[in-house]
Ligand binder design. Structure first.
Ligand code: VGL
Ligand code: ZN
Length: 198
């Protein structure tokens, strides 16, 4: 068994003061840092949108953040502009350790498709390359932590389980956006997919 830690989107933009702040988001940083040395491999992900990304409400006339629109790949929540490539909002939280990161996987770079999951864009088929990286490293088991529990952590965990990785989410090291019950729905979905919630 080879175990990797995947740290999802611990970025300034998702922490208090950021453009899409997750309540208490920065509270996960010390615990995640402390966890890293126990894993054979550590991968960090980064939400990394081009300006004007189609997941931004500002890109849709007459729409407000948190509206849901139909995209060719399914329903899409519209967000405040966040994590634009190269901006301070897209940087890792300044206290997040990056020394043990084998790789940084960036996602949400396609202007037309959002990407919550670390593995696939929201069409559920366009890969980010993370699966290949983990498989060539011989990784069998994954622990996921980071932001946000009910979006990027959730979709990453569901894809990880679907791909056959033994998958654990350390819920104490995640924080949620919780739009209209999305946290409860995410927990049910993860449990149903065989993800261990620890
Ligand atoms: C995320 C909404 C939009 C996340 C990213 O990291 O959970 N949520 N982009
Ligand atoms: Zn995003």
């Amino acid at each position: 068994m080879t175990h990797a830690l995947v740290v999802i989107d611990v970025q300034t933009g998702f922490c208090p003061g950021g453009n899409l702040a997750v309540p208490d988001g920065d509270a996960v940083v010390p615990g995640i840092n402390a966890l890293m040395d126990g894993f054979a491999h550590v991968v960090l992900t980064q939400d990394w949108h081009p300006a004007g990304h189609s997941s931004f409400a500002s890109a849709h006339d007459g729409r407000a953040p948190y509206d849901v629109v139909a995209m060719p790949y399914g329903p899409q929540v519209l967000w405040p502009d966040h994590c634009v490539q190269g901006t301070a909002d897209a940087a890792f939280h300044p206290d997040l350790r990056t020394d043990r990161a084998r790789a940084i996987v960036r996602k949400g770079m396609n202007p037309a498709i959002d990407s919550y999951s670390a593995f696939f864009e929201n069409d559920r088929t366009t890969p980010t390359g993370l699966e290949g990286l983990l498989r060539t490293l011989g990784v069998t088991d994954l622990t996921l932590v980071g932001l946000a529990t009910d979006f990027c952590v959730n979709y990453s965990a569901l894809d990880a389980a679907r791909l056959g990785f033994a998958t654990t989410v350390r819920e104490d090291l995640t924080r949620a956006i919780d739009l209209d019950g999305s946290l409860a729905a995410a927990r049910d979905a993860m449990r149903g997919a065989g993800v261990a919630l620890a």
